[in-house]
Design a binder for this molecule. Structure first.
Ligand SMILES: Nc1nc2c(c(=O)[nH]1)N[C@H]1C(S)=C(S)[C@@H](COP(=O)(O)O)O[C@H]1N2
Ligand SMILES: [Mo]
Length: 525
Protein backbone atom coordinates (compact mmCIF):
# COMPACT_ATOMS: atom_id res chain seq x y z
CA UNK A 1 0.00 0.00 0.00
CA UNK A 2 1.26 3.50 -0.83
CA UNK A 3 1.18 6.31 1.68
CA UNK A 4 -1.02 9.30 0.91
CA UNK A 5 1.67 11.85 -0.15
CA UNK A 6 3.29 9.28 -2.35
CA UNK A 7 -0.01 8.62 -3.97
CA UNK A 8 -0.37 12.29 -4.81
CA UNK A 9 2.80 12.32 -6.84
CA UNK A 10 2.58 8.96 -8.50
CA UNK A 11 -1.00 7.83 -8.62
CA UNK A 12 -1.82 6.61 -12.06
CA UNK A 13 -4.03 3.70 -12.78
CA UNK A 14 -5.21 2.55 -16.16
CA UNK A 15 -6.63 5.87 -17.43
CA UNK A 16 -3.54 7.69 -16.22
CA UNK A 17 -1.15 5.73 -18.40
CA UNK A 18 -3.61 5.79 -21.27
CA UNK A 19 -3.65 9.58 -21.22
CA UNK A 20 0.11 9.73 -20.83
CA UNK A 21 0.50 7.40 -23.78
CA UNK A 22 -1.83 9.47 -25.94
CA UNK A 23 -0.08 12.71 -25.09
CA UNK A 24 3.31 11.09 -25.63
CA UNK A 25 2.20 9.88 -29.04
CA UNK A 26 0.78 13.25 -30.09
CA UNK A 27 3.77 15.28 -28.96
CA UNK A 28 6.22 12.82 -30.52
CA UNK A 29 4.32 12.89 -33.80
CA UNK A 30 4.15 16.68 -33.75
CA UNK A 31 7.89 16.93 -33.11
CA UNK A 32 8.55 14.52 -35.98
CA UNK A 33 6.53 16.60 -38.43
CA UNK A 34 7.56 19.99 -37.03
CA UNK A 35 11.30 19.34 -37.17
CA UNK A 36 11.06 17.62 -40.54
CA UNK A 37 9.18 20.63 -41.87
CA UNK A 38 11.82 22.96 -40.43
CA UNK A 39 14.69 21.03 -42.06
CA UNK A 40 12.74 21.01 -45.32
CA UNK A 41 12.38 24.77 -45.02
CA UNK A 42 16.17 24.95 -44.92
CA UNK A 43 17.06 22.46 -47.66
CA UNK A 44 14.03 22.06 -49.92
CA UNK A 45 10.44 22.88 -48.97
CA UNK A 46 9.21 20.29 -51.44
CA UNK A 47 10.91 17.57 -49.37
CA UNK A 48 8.75 18.15 -46.29
CA UNK A 49 6.90 14.97 -45.34
CA UNK A 50 3.73 17.05 -45.31
CA UNK A 51 4.26 17.49 -49.05
CA UNK A 52 5.87 14.17 -49.97
CA UNK A 53 3.79 11.85 -47.80
CA UNK A 54 0.71 13.94 -48.52
CA UNK A 55 1.32 13.70 -52.25
CA UNK A 56 2.16 10.00 -52.10
CA UNK A 57 -1.01 9.40 -50.09
CA UNK A 58 -3.12 11.33 -52.57
CA UNK A 59 -1.51 9.37 -55.41
CA UNK A 60 -2.21 6.11 -53.58
CA UNK A 61 -5.81 6.97 -52.77
CA UNK A 62 -8.11 4.65 -54.73
CA UNK A 63 -9.87 6.28 -57.66
CA UNK A 64 -13.35 5.72 -56.27
CA UNK A 65 -12.44 7.60 -53.11
CA UNK A 66 -10.81 10.43 -55.06
CA UNK A 67 -13.84 10.63 -57.33
CA UNK A 68 -16.13 10.76 -54.35
CA UNK A 69 -14.01 13.50 -52.73
CA UNK A 70 -14.07 15.60 -55.90
CA UNK A 71 -17.81 15.13 -56.34
CA UNK A 72 -18.54 15.94 -52.72
CA UNK A 73 -16.03 18.68 -51.98
CA UNK A 74 -15.13 20.16 -55.36
CA UNK A 75 -11.92 22.17 -55.33
CA UNK A 76 -11.45 21.45 -51.65
CA UNK A 77 -11.06 17.74 -52.37
CA UNK A 78 -7.34 17.69 -51.62
CA UNK A 79 -7.79 19.48 -48.34
CA UNK A 80 -10.40 16.93 -47.34
CA UNK A 81 -8.18 14.02 -48.35
CA UNK A 82 -5.22 15.49 -46.50
CA UNK A 83 -7.37 16.04 -43.41
CA UNK A 84 -8.42 12.42 -43.61
CA UNK A 85 -4.80 11.35 -43.85
CA UNK A 86 -3.97 13.61 -40.91
CA UNK A 87 -6.74 12.04 -38.84
CA UNK A 88 -5.40 8.55 -39.59
CA UNK A 89 -1.89 9.69 -38.58
CA UNK A 90 -3.23 11.11 -35.32
CA UNK A 91 -4.90 7.79 -34.54
CA UNK A 92 -1.69 5.89 -35.29
CA UNK A 93 0.30 8.32 -33.12
CA UNK A 94 -2.16 7.83 -30.26
CA UNK A 95 -1.94 4.04 -30.59
CA UNK A 96 1.84 4.01 -30.76
CA UNK A 97 2.03 6.35 -27.77
CA UNK A 98 -0.20 4.12 -25.69
CA UNK A 99 1.76 1.02 -26.66
CA UNK A 100 5.03 2.80 -25.76
CA UNK A 101 4.06 3.28 -22.13
CA UNK A 102 4.93 -0.34 -21.38
CA UNK A 103 7.03 -1.21 -24.37
CA UNK A 104 9.07 1.72 -25.47
CA UNK A 105 10.50 -0.23 -28.39
CA UNK A 106 7.11 -0.30 -30.05
CA UNK A 107 7.25 3.47 -30.33
CA UNK A 108 10.77 3.38 -31.76
CA UNK A 109 9.81 0.77 -34.32
CA UNK A 110 6.80 2.85 -35.30
CA UNK A 111 8.95 5.96 -35.68
CA UNK A 112 11.48 3.98 -37.68
CA UNK A 113 8.76 2.83 -40.04
CA UNK A 114 7.38 6.32 -40.48
CA UNK A 115 10.86 7.72 -40.97
CA UNK A 116 11.49 5.12 -43.67
CA UNK A 117 8.15 5.93 -45.28
CA UNK A 118 9.08 9.63 -45.29
CA UNK A 119 12.46 8.91 -46.85
CA UNK A 120 10.94 6.73 -49.56
CA UNK A 121 8.21 9.29 -50.27
CA UNK A 122 10.84 12.04 -50.57
CA UNK A 123 13.24 10.08 -52.75
CA UNK A 124 10.61 8.80 -55.18
CA UNK A 125 9.35 12.25 -56.05
CA UNK A 126 10.23 13.45 -59.55
CA UNK A 127 13.62 15.21 -59.58
CA UNK A 128 14.41 14.10 -56.03
CA UNK A 129 17.92 14.69 -54.70
CA UNK A 130 19.61 12.63 -51.97
CA UNK A 131 19.40 15.61 -49.58
CA UNK A 132 15.60 15.34 -49.75
CA UNK A 133 15.85 12.34 -47.39
CA UNK A 134 17.18 14.61 -44.64
CA UNK A 135 13.90 16.12 -43.34
CA UNK A 136 12.29 12.73 -42.69
CA UNK A 137 15.49 11.38 -41.13
CA UNK A 138 15.94 14.34 -38.81
CA UNK A 139 12.24 14.25 -37.97
CA UNK A 140 12.39 10.58 -37.00
CA UNK A 141 15.56 10.97 -34.92
CA UNK A 142 14.38 14.04 -32.97
CA UNK A 143 11.01 12.39 -32.46
CA UNK A 144 12.79 9.29 -31.09
CA UNK A 145 14.73 11.47 -28.66
CA UNK A 146 11.49 13.22 -27.68
CA UNK A 147 9.74 9.93 -27.03
CA UNK A 148 12.61 8.74 -24.84
CA UNK A 149 12.76 12.03 -22.92
CA UNK A 150 9.01 12.10 -22.34
CA UNK A 151 8.96 8.51 -21.21
CA UNK A 152 11.75 9.15 -18.71
CA UNK A 153 9.97 12.23 -17.37
CA UNK A 154 6.72 10.32 -17.04
CA UNK A 155 8.12 7.19 -15.45
CA UNK A 156 11.35 7.99 -13.65
CA UNK A 157 11.11 4.75 -11.66
CA UNK A 158 10.78 2.50 -14.64
CA UNK A 159 14.37 2.90 -15.73
CA UNK A 160 15.78 1.17 -12.67
CA UNK A 161 13.05 -1.40 -12.14
CA UNK A 162 12.97 -4.42 -14.38
CA UNK A 163 9.90 -4.27 -16.62
CA UNK A 164 7.20 -6.41 -15.26
CA UNK A 165 5.84 -9.10 -17.49
CA UNK A 166 2.62 -7.94 -19.14
CA UNK A 167 -0.35 -7.02 -16.98
CA UNK A 168 1.65 -5.88 -13.93
CA UNK A 169 0.80 -2.78 -11.92
CA UNK A 170 0.89 0.45 -13.98
CA UNK A 171 4.26 2.15 -13.76
CA UNK A 172 4.70 5.12 -11.44
CA UNK A 173 4.03 8.48 -13.00
CA UNK A 174 5.66 11.84 -12.35
CA UNK A 175 2.84 13.94 -13.69
CA UNK A 176 4.25 17.42 -13.34
CA UNK A 177 7.59 16.76 -15.01
CA UNK A 178 5.87 14.85 -17.77
CA UNK A 179 3.32 17.56 -18.49
CA UNK A 180 6.02 20.22 -18.54
CA UNK A 181 8.13 18.20 -20.94
CA UNK A 182 5.10 17.40 -23.09
CA UNK A 183 4.10 21.06 -23.28
CA UNK A 184 7.66 22.07 -24.14
CA UNK A 185 7.76 19.44 -26.88
CA UNK A 186 4.43 20.58 -28.28
CA UNK A 187 5.47 24.23 -28.33
CA UNK A 188 8.82 23.37 -29.93
CA UNK A 189 7.07 21.29 -32.59
CA UNK A 190 4.65 24.06 -33.51
CA UNK A 191 7.44 26.64 -33.51
CA UNK A 192 9.68 24.47 -35.71
CA UNK A 193 6.83 23.79 -38.11
CA UNK A 194 5.92 27.46 -38.35
CA UNK A 195 9.51 28.47 -38.91
CA UNK A 196 9.86 25.77 -41.56
CA UNK A 197 6.79 27.15 -43.28
CA UNK A 198 8.17 30.67 -43.39
CA UNK A 199 11.55 29.51 -44.63
CA UNK A 200 9.85 27.38 -47.24
CA UNK A 201 7.87 30.34 -48.50
CA UNK A 202 11.08 32.32 -48.76
CA UNK A 203 12.51 29.56 -50.97
CA UNK A 204 9.53 29.60 -53.26
CA UNK A 205 9.57 33.38 -53.42
CA UNK A 206 13.27 33.28 -54.41
CA UNK A 207 12.47 30.85 -57.18
CA UNK A 208 9.53 32.96 -58.29
CA UNK A 209 11.68 36.10 -58.32
CA UNK A 210 14.28 34.37 -60.49
CA UNK A 211 11.59 33.80 -63.14
CA UNK A 212 10.33 37.37 -63.22
CA UNK A 213 11.01 39.52 -66.27
CA UNK A 214 10.25 43.21 -65.77
CA UNK A 215 8.99 44.81 -69.01
CA UNK A 216 10.69 47.94 -70.31
CA UNK A 217 9.11 51.03 -68.76
CA UNK A 218 7.04 53.15 -71.11
CA UNK A 219 8.43 56.21 -69.35
CA UNK A 220 12.13 55.65 -68.61
CA UNK A 221 14.17 57.63 -66.08
CA UNK A 222 16.00 60.60 -67.54
CA UNK A 223 19.75 60.49 -67.95
CA UNK A 224 21.91 60.88 -64.91
CA UNK A 225 24.89 62.64 -66.50
CA UNK A 226 26.53 64.77 -63.83
CA UNK A 227 24.59 63.45 -60.87
CA UNK A 228 27.65 61.65 -59.62
CA UNK A 229 30.58 63.64 -58.21
CA UNK A 230 33.60 61.46 -58.11
CA UNK A 231 34.96 62.07 -54.65
CA UNK A 232 36.65 59.25 -52.76
CA UNK A 233 34.62 58.36 -49.67
CA UNK A 234 31.38 59.69 -51.12
CA UNK A 235 28.82 56.94 -51.69
CA UNK A 236 27.33 56.28 -55.14
CA UNK A 237 24.36 58.30 -56.38
CA UNK A 238 22.31 55.10 -56.71
CA UNK A 239 22.60 52.91 -53.63
CA UNK A 240 23.22 49.28 -54.64
CA UNK A 241 20.47 46.92 -53.49
CA UNK A 242 22.74 44.95 -51.19
CA UNK A 243 23.80 48.16 -49.45
CA UNK A 244 20.35 49.71 -49.28
CA UNK A 245 19.14 50.12 -45.70
CA UNK A 246 16.43 47.80 -44.54
CA UNK A 247 13.80 48.68 -41.96
CA UNK A 248 10.73 46.57 -41.22
CA UNK A 249 8.90 44.74 -38.50
CA UNK A 250 9.35 41.32 -40.10
CA UNK A 251 11.26 38.77 -38.05
CA UNK A 252 11.45 36.65 -41.16
CA UNK A 253 11.05 38.20 -44.58
CA UNK A 254 7.62 37.28 -45.96
CA UNK A 255 8.02 34.98 -48.94
CA UNK A 256 5.39 36.08 -51.42
CA UNK A 257 5.23 34.19 -54.70
CA UNK A 258 4.58 36.47 -57.69
CA UNK A 259 2.18 34.02 -59.35
CA UNK A 260 0.06 33.89 -56.19
CA UNK A 261 0.18 37.64 -55.58
CA UNK A 262 -3.16 39.48 -55.60
CA UNK A 263 -3.77 43.13 -54.88
CA UNK A 264 -7.12 44.37 -53.73
CA UNK A 265 -8.13 48.02 -54.03
CA UNK A 266 -11.24 48.60 -51.97
CA UNK A 267 -12.94 50.67 -49.29
CA UNK A 268 -14.23 54.11 -50.25
CA UNK A 269 -14.11 53.54 -54.01
CA UNK A 270 -16.69 53.34 -56.79
CA UNK A 271 -15.54 49.91 -57.84
CA UNK A 272 -13.17 47.51 -56.22
CA UNK A 273 -10.20 46.35 -58.24
CA UNK A 274 -8.45 43.01 -57.92
CA UNK A 275 -5.21 42.55 -59.78
CA UNK A 276 -2.57 39.87 -60.32
CA UNK A 277 1.14 40.33 -60.89
CA UNK A 278 0.99 39.84 -64.67
CA UNK A 279 -1.81 42.38 -64.88
CA UNK A 280 0.24 44.86 -62.92
CA UNK A 281 3.24 44.35 -65.22
CA UNK A 282 0.99 44.83 -68.23
CA UNK A 283 0.09 48.37 -67.13
CA UNK A 284 2.12 51.34 -68.36
CA UNK A 285 5.24 51.43 -66.18
CA UNK A 286 7.32 54.41 -65.15
CA UNK A 287 10.98 54.37 -64.13
CA UNK A 288 12.12 56.97 -61.60
CA UNK A 289 15.02 57.75 -59.30
CA UNK A 290 13.60 58.30 -55.82
CA UNK A 291 15.36 58.64 -52.49
CA UNK A 292 13.69 56.72 -49.68
CA UNK A 293 14.27 57.71 -46.06
CA UNK A 294 13.29 56.30 -42.70
CA UNK A 295 11.82 58.58 -40.06
CA UNK A 296 14.09 56.84 -37.55
CA UNK A 297 17.20 58.05 -39.32
CA UNK A 298 19.26 60.10 -36.89
CA UNK A 299 21.11 63.17 -38.17
CA UNK A 300 24.04 61.80 -40.16
CA UNK A 301 22.55 58.30 -40.17
CA UNK A 302 22.42 55.54 -42.76
CA UNK A 303 18.66 54.90 -43.02
CA UNK A 304 18.36 56.63 -46.36
CA UNK A 305 19.07 55.40 -49.88
CA UNK A 306 18.47 56.29 -53.50
CA UNK A 307 17.28 53.76 -56.05
CA UNK A 308 15.96 53.59 -59.60
CA UNK A 309 12.46 52.15 -59.27
CA UNK A 310 10.10 50.81 -61.91
CA UNK A 311 6.43 50.65 -61.10
CA UNK A 312 2.85 51.30 -62.08
CA UNK A 313 1.57 54.78 -61.20
CA UNK A 314 -0.69 54.62 -58.17
CA UNK A 315 -2.76 57.58 -59.31
CA UNK A 316 -4.01 55.77 -62.45
CA UNK A 317 -5.09 52.78 -60.45
CA UNK A 318 -6.92 54.92 -57.91
CA UNK A 319 -8.62 56.87 -60.69
CA UNK A 320 -9.84 53.59 -62.18
CA UNK A 321 -11.21 52.55 -58.81
CA UNK A 322 -12.84 55.95 -58.36
CA UNK A 323 -11.94 57.42 -54.97
CA UNK A 324 -15.03 58.61 -53.11
CA UNK A 325 -15.05 62.13 -51.65
CA UNK A 326 -13.83 62.19 -48.07
CA UNK A 327 -11.47 59.24 -48.41
CA UNK A 328 -8.46 61.18 -47.16
CA UNK A 329 -6.31 58.19 -46.19
CA UNK A 330 -4.94 55.34 -48.28
CA UNK A 331 -4.16 52.41 -46.03
CA UNK A 332 -1.74 49.94 -47.56
CA UNK A 333 -1.33 46.52 -46.00
CA UNK A 334 1.45 43.98 -46.40
CA UNK A 335 1.37 40.20 -46.59
CA UNK A 336 2.60 40.13 -42.97
CA UNK A 337 -0.02 42.55 -41.67
CA UNK A 338 2.00 45.78 -41.53
CA UNK A 339 -0.01 48.88 -42.39
CA UNK A 340 0.87 52.39 -43.53
CA UNK A 341 -1.42 55.36 -44.13
CA UNK A 342 -0.75 57.83 -46.95
CA UNK A 343 -2.69 61.04 -47.53
CA UNK A 344 -4.83 60.51 -50.64
CA UNK A 345 -4.18 64.08 -51.73
CA UNK A 346 -0.42 63.46 -51.77
CA UNK A 347 -0.72 60.25 -53.77
CA UNK A 348 -2.94 62.02 -56.31
CA UNK A 349 -1.10 65.35 -56.64
CA UNK A 350 0.88 64.30 -59.68
CA UNK A 351 4.07 63.09 -58.04
CA UNK A 352 5.44 59.69 -59.06
CA UNK A 353 3.75 57.57 -56.39
CA UNK A 354 3.97 54.01 -57.67
CA UNK A 355 3.46 50.34 -57.04
CA UNK A 356 7.10 49.43 -57.54
CA UNK A 357 8.18 46.10 -58.99
CA UNK A 358 11.85 46.74 -59.72
CA UNK A 359 14.76 48.31 -57.90
CA UNK A 360 18.00 49.27 -59.65
CA UNK A 361 17.38 47.07 -62.66
CA UNK A 362 16.21 43.94 -60.87
CA UNK A 363 12.89 42.64 -59.62
CA UNK A 364 12.46 43.95 -56.06
CA UNK A 365 14.70 42.00 -53.71
CA UNK A 366 12.77 39.95 -51.14
CA UNK A 367 14.07 42.18 -48.34
CA UNK A 368 12.76 45.24 -50.11
CA UNK A 369 9.25 43.97 -50.70
CA UNK A 370 9.08 41.45 -53.54
CA UNK A 371 6.92 41.24 -55.54
CA UNK A 372 5.33 44.70 -55.09
CA UNK A 373 5.84 47.64 -52.76
CA UNK A 374 4.70 51.21 -52.64
CA UNK A 375 6.97 54.21 -53.18
CA UNK A 376 5.77 57.79 -52.67
CA UNK A 377 8.39 60.50 -53.22
CA UNK A 378 8.59 62.91 -50.30
CA UNK A 379 7.10 60.79 -47.51
CA UNK A 380 8.97 58.79 -44.89
CA UNK A 381 8.78 55.03 -45.40
CA UNK A 382 6.45 54.31 -42.50
CA UNK A 383 3.63 56.36 -44.04
CA UNK A 384 4.10 55.31 -47.63
CA UNK A 385 6.54 52.57 -48.59
CA UNK A 386 4.68 49.37 -47.70
CA UNK A 387 6.64 46.30 -48.79
CA UNK A 388 5.05 42.95 -49.74
CA UNK A 389 1.98 45.04 -50.57
CA UNK A 390 -1.28 43.08 -50.93
CA UNK A 391 -4.09 45.47 -50.06
CA UNK A 392 -5.01 49.10 -50.65
CA UNK A 393 -7.97 50.47 -48.75
CA UNK A 394 -9.40 53.94 -49.21
CA UNK A 395 -10.58 55.21 -45.86
CA UNK A 396 -10.21 58.24 -43.58
CA UNK A 397 -7.59 59.33 -41.07
CA UNK A 398 -10.33 59.32 -38.46
CA UNK A 399 -11.33 55.75 -39.14
CA UNK A 400 -8.00 53.96 -38.94
CA UNK A 401 -4.58 54.25 -37.29
CA UNK A 402 -1.87 52.27 -39.10
CA UNK A 403 0.96 50.38 -37.41
CA UNK A 404 3.32 53.17 -36.34
CA UNK A 405 0.55 55.71 -35.77
CA UNK A 406 -0.92 53.40 -33.15
CA UNK A 407 2.51 53.55 -31.53
CA UNK A 408 2.57 57.32 -31.31
CA UNK A 409 4.42 58.39 -34.47
CA UNK A 410 3.05 61.30 -36.47
CA UNK A 411 0.07 60.67 -38.74
CA UNK A 412 1.49 62.78 -41.55
CA UNK A 413 5.20 62.65 -42.19
CA UNK A 414 6.75 64.53 -45.11
CA UNK A 415 10.51 64.02 -45.26
CA UNK A 416 12.43 66.84 -43.62
CA UNK A 417 15.24 68.60 -45.45
CA UNK A 418 18.50 66.99 -44.39
CA UNK A 419 22.17 66.96 -45.32
CA UNK A 420 25.04 64.70 -44.42
CA UNK A 421 28.84 64.81 -44.48
CA UNK A 422 30.17 61.51 -45.84
CA UNK A 423 33.82 62.45 -46.14
CA UNK A 424 36.15 63.11 -44.38
CA UNK A 425 35.10 60.71 -41.67
CA UNK A 426 36.03 61.53 -38.08
CA UNK A 427 37.87 58.24 -37.70
CA UNK A 428 40.15 58.45 -40.75
CA UNK A 429 43.57 60.15 -40.46
CA UNK A 430 43.59 63.42 -42.39
CA UNK A 431 46.64 65.18 -43.83
CA UNK A 432 46.83 68.98 -44.00
CA UNK A 433 46.24 70.36 -47.50
CA UNK A 434 43.37 70.54 -49.94
CA UNK A 435 40.75 67.92 -49.06
CA UNK A 436 37.26 67.49 -50.45
CA UNK A 437 34.43 67.65 -47.95
CA UNK A 438 31.46 65.94 -49.55
CA UNK A 439 28.15 64.32 -48.86
CA UNK A 440 24.49 64.21 -49.84
CA UNK A 441 21.47 66.36 -49.11
CA UNK A 442 17.81 65.57 -49.62
CA UNK A 443 14.45 67.32 -49.52
CA UNK A 444 12.31 64.95 -51.56
CA UNK A 445 9.70 66.52 -53.80
CA UNK A 446 10.87 70.00 -52.93
CA UNK A 447 14.39 69.53 -54.24
CA UNK A 448 17.73 70.72 -52.88
CA UNK A 449 18.69 74.19 -54.07
CA UNK A 450 21.67 74.97 -51.87
CA UNK A 451 24.08 73.22 -49.55
CA UNK A 452 26.46 75.09 -47.27
CA UNK A 453 29.38 74.02 -45.16
CA UNK A 454 30.66 75.77 -42.07
CA UNK A 455 34.08 75.14 -40.59
CA UNK A 456 34.80 76.00 -36.96
CA UNK A 457 31.80 78.32 -36.68
CA UNK A 458 33.05 80.63 -39.43
CA UNK A 459 30.98 81.87 -42.38
CA UNK A 460 28.90 79.39 -44.35
CA UNK A 461 30.57 78.29 -47.58
CA UNK A 462 28.41 77.41 -50.54
CA UNK A 463 28.99 73.86 -51.77
CA UNK A 464 29.20 72.78 -55.38
CA UNK A 465 26.17 70.65 -56.21
CA UNK A 466 25.91 67.71 -58.56
CA UNK A 467 23.30 68.15 -61.27
CA UNK A 468 19.87 66.68 -60.78
CA UNK A 469 16.99 65.78 -63.00
CA UNK A 470 14.40 65.29 -60.34
CA UNK A 471 13.40 66.92 -57.09
CA UNK A 472 12.76 63.48 -55.62
CA UNK A 473 16.35 62.40 -55.06
CA UNK A 474 19.24 63.40 -52.93
CA UNK A 475 21.97 65.59 -54.38
CA UNK A 476 25.65 65.12 -53.89
CA UNK A 477 27.69 68.16 -52.85
CA UNK A 478 31.36 68.98 -52.37
CA UNK A 479 33.51 71.77 -50.92
CA UNK A 480 37.28 71.91 -51.41
CA UNK A 481 38.82 72.75 -48.07
CA UNK A 482 42.34 73.91 -47.23
CA UNK A 483 42.75 71.91 -44.09
CA UNK A 484 45.25 73.24 -41.55
CA UNK A 485 46.59 71.04 -38.74
CA UNK A 486 44.45 70.84 -35.64
CA UNK A 487 40.92 69.79 -34.65
CA UNK A 488 38.13 71.16 -36.80
CA UNK A 489 34.36 71.07 -36.62
CA UNK A 490 32.51 70.67 -39.90
CA UNK A 491 28.79 71.39 -40.19
CA UNK A 492 26.43 71.18 -43.13
CA UNK A 493 22.98 72.54 -43.92
CA UNK A 494 20.72 72.41 -46.96
CA UNK A 495 18.06 74.69 -48.38
CA UNK A 496 15.11 73.20 -50.24
CA UNK A 497 13.40 74.27 -53.44
CA UNK A 498 10.99 76.48 -51.49
CA UNK A 499 13.91 78.47 -50.10
CA UNK A 500 13.61 76.94 -46.64
CA UNK A 501 16.85 76.17 -44.85
CA UNK A 502 17.25 73.27 -42.43
CA UNK A 503 16.69 74.20 -38.83
CA UNK A 504 19.72 73.99 -36.49
CA UNK A 505 17.32 72.90 -33.75
CA UNK A 506 18.17 69.36 -32.67
CA UNK A 507 15.22 66.98 -32.55
CA UNK A 508 15.00 63.23 -32.07
CA UNK A 509 13.48 61.08 -34.80
CA UNK A 510 10.33 60.57 -32.70
CA UNK A 511 7.63 61.47 -33.65
CA UNK A 512 8.16 62.87 -37.16
CA UNK A 513 11.86 62.89 -38.05
CA UNK A 514 15.15 64.22 -36.69
CA UNK A 515 16.42 67.75 -37.26
CA UNK A 516 19.68 69.56 -36.67
CA UNK A 517 22.94 70.04 -38.54
CA UNK A 518 25.17 67.07 -39.14
CA UNK A 519 28.39 67.89 -37.35
CA UNK A 520 31.70 66.10 -37.76
CA UNK A 521 34.90 66.75 -35.84
CA UNK A 522 38.11 65.85 -37.67
CA UNK A 523 41.77 65.90 -36.65
CA UNK A 524 44.15 67.19 -39.30
CA UNK A 525 47.87 66.41 -38.94
N1 LIG B 1 5.60 45.40 -44.89
C1 LIG B 1 6.34 46.39 -44.38
N2 LIG B 1 6.64 47.44 -45.16
C2 LIG B 1 7.39 48.44 -44.68
C3 LIG B 1 7.85 48.42 -43.34
C4 LIG B 1 7.50 47.32 -42.54
O1 LIG B 1 7.85 47.22 -41.36
N3 LIG B 1 6.75 46.31 -43.10
N4 LIG B 1 8.61 49.46 -42.87
C5 LIG B 1 8.53 50.74 -43.57
C6 LIG B 1 9.60 51.64 -43.19
S1 LIG B 1 9.54 52.25 -41.60
C7 LIG B 1 10.56 52.03 -44.05
S2 LIG B 1 11.64 53.27 -43.65
C8 LIG B 1 10.70 51.41 -45.39
C9 LIG B 1 12.09 50.87 -45.58
O2 LIG B 1 12.19 50.22 -46.80
P1 LIG B 1 13.49 49.37 -47.13
O3 LIG B 1 13.63 48.33 -46.06
O4 LIG B 1 13.30 48.80 -48.49
O5 LIG B 1 14.66 50.32 -47.09
O6 LIG B 1 9.78 50.35 -45.57
C10 LIG B 1 8.49 50.60 -45.08
N5 LIG B 1 7.68 49.50 -45.48
MO1 LIG C 1 11.07 53.80 -41.44
Amino acid sequence: MRSAPDRLRTSTGMEGSLLVGMLMGLVTGAVAIGTAHLVAGLVNPGASPIVTVGQASIDATPEWLKGWAIRSFGSRDKLVLLSGIGAVLVLIALGLGIASVRRLWVGFVGLGMFGALGVVAALTRPAAEPIDALPALVGAVTAGATLLALHRRAFPTLRSAAPEPGGGAPPDLDRRRFLLAGAAGGVAAVFAGGLGNLLGHRFRADASRAEVVIPAPSSPATSTAGVELSVPGLGPYLTPNDRFYRVDTALLVPGVVAEDWRLRVHGMVDHEIALGYEQLLARPLIERDITLACVSNPVGGEYVGNARWIGAPLKDLLEEAGVLPGADQIVTRSADGFTAGTPTAVAMDGRDAMLAVAMNGEPLPLDHGFPVRMIVPGLYGYVSATKWLVDIELTTFDAFDPYWIERGWAERAPIKTMSRIDTPSPSAPLRAGRVPVAGVAWAQHRGVDRVELRIDEEAWIRAELATTDTIDTWRQWVVMWDAAPGDHTLQVRATDGNGETQTPERADPFPNGATGYHTVVVRVT
